[in-house]
Design a protein around this ligand. Structure first.
Ligand code: MN
Length: 495
């Protein structure tokens, strides 16, 4: 359900008439070569579309009108081959509503010491053209990413690719619908927030449905479809239980939920174990498998995390490593071995599984329903990231924390849920203090495919606060950053 092939980024070059037709022809040709190189790059998952060089305010504005209107265009890569007096960019930039990256590169990699003359100098002026352009973006207070280096460099293409993935996720959010089955878990604070403000800021809406609406779909599922799905379960998982009725009921719920989400055009959803009226068990395997297919998910009515998980699914499409809804569950607090065991009641995504999952049925302990079926698995080890978004009252705040996923020291034979063990960066001690001081949620979007840079780029596109907790973090500075940001966001309205 996620297809990045449908998207494109436009490669846009700025110049001016001063250089004459000959030079502009050269600028056009060079730009085409760069756009083609980026289009061919394995790091950039969408089409890079070359656009003719821009030399007037009218042309710039027209291009940006077109970009705004082209649904498949997820953003602009902008480059100044020569000097492009930046007042020309004002009318266009004023109306731009797509993400923008400034590629500060030049056509030549090396200074041609032997042959360089003033013609060459006039044609290859990115070094100051890019700065003039950068001034205008800063003068207009436009947040953006700046990528510096020769366009053929791996590092440059990777940075552009990361930004492109985030731009796809941003495009995916525009007009997205997050289905909320039931409401928020009663009295929980951090999973709540202003859904109207989210629609304005993020572009997605969160319509709520009575669980009865879902139950109607579940009840309408055909027995033959259940049979076919059970055959898939048998192929894909090791089934470790005699509780066939429970698995059958879980399959029925999956089919009903899938039908509901497909018919309504939803890309993410939430459930709430307190609100299951008419469902015989909490959706476990259903949620897990829908997430594996690309749906965003948040438990207990957590629509912000559901939307974020979906965005991370889009960013990571086609990359190694999975992405899941996650919760900080319990700690290992030995002084020299401090880490987090992440899990949930049931709902981790099997895209992060390191092995063929086990399908099993156990009591839930809370919620008062029948024993739910769930997939149980361990995860691969390696770098991962946790991220979350909170509604701070006057703004949304994103927290980003890279981590190392590690092997559990021993088997967990009595733990009937999927689990991940990780060491946060720079340490559990610093991460947890910083995360808590920032008001971070207990739920996250967790990924072993997405990294800090994807999320940072995404926060820039969304225009929200982003706080990164990593190896550069110390608590004393982090507390200052929180206070400075309060001031910044209090004043930002007027900027
Ligand atoms: Mn939870």
């Amino acid at each position: 359900m996620i297809n990045l092939d449908q998207y494109e980024v436009w490669f846009v070059t700025g110049s001016q008439h001063l250089y004459g037709d000959e030079a502009l022809k050269q600028v056009d040709e060079d730009s085409k070569i760069i756009a083609e190189a980026l289009d061919k790059s394995d790091d950039i998952p969408v089409n890079v579309v070359f656009k003719p060089v821009l030399t007037t305010p009218e042309a710039i504005k027209n291009l940006i009108v077109d970009a705004n209107n082209e649904e498949n265009c997820v953003g602009l890569i902008t480059w100044m081959h020569t000097f492009s007096p930046a007042q020309m960019w004002i009318p266009g930039l004023k109306i731009l509503d797509k993400p923008l990256v400034h590629l500060h590169t030049q056509f030549n990699e090396k200074i041609p010491y032997e042959s360089i003359d003033m013609d060459f100098m006039n044609l290859n002026q990115s070094a100051h053209g890019g700065r003039e352009y950068g001034f205008m973006l800063s003068r207009m207070r436009m947040d953006r990413k700046v990528v510096v280096g020769h366009y053929k460099n791996d590092k440059v293409q990777k940075q552009l690719g990361t930004w492109t993935r985030s731009a796809c996720a941003w495009a995916d959010w525009q007009g997205m619908k997050v289905a909320r089955f039931g409401d928020n878990m009663r009295n929980v604070a951090v999973t709540e927030g202003d859904k109207v403000e989210a629609n304005i800021q993020f572009g997605y809406s969160v319509p709520g449905y009575g669980v009865g609406d879902l139950v109607a779909k579940v009840d309408a599922v055909a027995e033959s479809d259940i049979k076919a799905l059970l055959a898939d379960y048998e192929k894909e998982y090791n089934i470790n239980t005699e509780a066939q009725d429970s698995i059958k009921e879980a399959a029925r719920i999956e089919l009903g939920m899938r039908a509901f989400l497909e018919e309504g055009g939803f890309k993410a959803f939430t459930t709430n174990f307190e609100n299951l009226y008419g469902l015989k068990q909490l959706p476990g395997i259903a949620v897990q498998r829908l997430m594996a297919d690309g749906y965003g998910f948040g438990a207990e009515g957590d629509w912000k995390t559901a939307a974020l998980v979906r965005a991370m699914k889009v960013m990571s499409s086609g990359l190694e490593g999975g992405t899941s809804f996650m919760e900080f569950y319990t700690y290992n607090l030995e002084e020299d071995n401090m880490n987090v065991l992440g899990a949930h009641m049931l709902e981790l995504c099997p895209s992060i599984a390191s092995e063929k999952p086990e399908l099993d049925v156990y009591p839930l302990g809370i919620g008062g329903k029948n024993d739910p079926a769930r997939l149980i698995f361990n995860t691969n080890t390696g770098p991962g990231v946790n991220a979350t978004i909170m509604d701070m009252g006057n703004r949304f705040r994103m927290l980003i924390n890279p981590c190392d996923v590690i092997e559990p020291k021993a088997d967990l034979p009595n733990l009937p849920v999927a689990r991940v063990l990780w060491e946060p960066k720079p340490s559990l001690e610093v991460e947890s203090a910083a995360w808590i001081l920032a008001g971070g949620t207990h739920h996250t979007g967790f990924s072993m495919a997405v990294n800090t840079e994807h999320l940072e780029d995404f926060a820039t596109m969304a225009g929200i606060e982003a706080l990164i907790i990593d190896d550069d973090t110390n608590i004393r500075d982090f507390k200052k950053e929180l206070k400075w940001n309060e001031l910044y966001y209090a004043y930002k309205q007027g900027m």
